[in-house]
Design a protein around this ligand. Structure first.
Ligand code: SF4
Length: 88
């Protein structure tokens, strides 16, 4: 499956709980904002938004990481564009 992962850098306060829970997906940059990785790799330009292919268990870890964010800076969409987190 594919997920689109979006971090709002204006909301991110660098708390790094997403990085602790899902280090293959989130990484703090020099501005202490979480960027999105693809399985630990930053393909192309650093980005606050990325669509990645993942397994069901990887999806669970990514959503747990998003749920850990104290400022709800992370939004997750499925490949059809439906928002998975935060739940709407
Ligand atoms: S948990 Fe939220 S505030 Fe903390 S680094 Fe991740 S996106 Fe930023």
């Amino acid at each position: 499956m594919k997920l689109r992962i979006v971090v709002d850098p204006d909301l991110c306060i660098g708390a790094a709980s997403c990085v602790t829970i899902a280090p293959e997906t989130f990484q703090l940059n020099v501005e202490n904002k979480a960027e999105v990785l693809d399985h630990g790799v930053q393909e192309g330009e650093p980005s606050y938004e990325r669509t990645i292919e993942c397994t069901e268990s990887e999806k669970d870890a990514i959503i747990l990481g998003a749920q850990s964010c104290p400022t709800l800076a992370i939004t997750i969409f499925d490949e059809a564009g439906a928002q998975l987190y935060p739940e709407v």
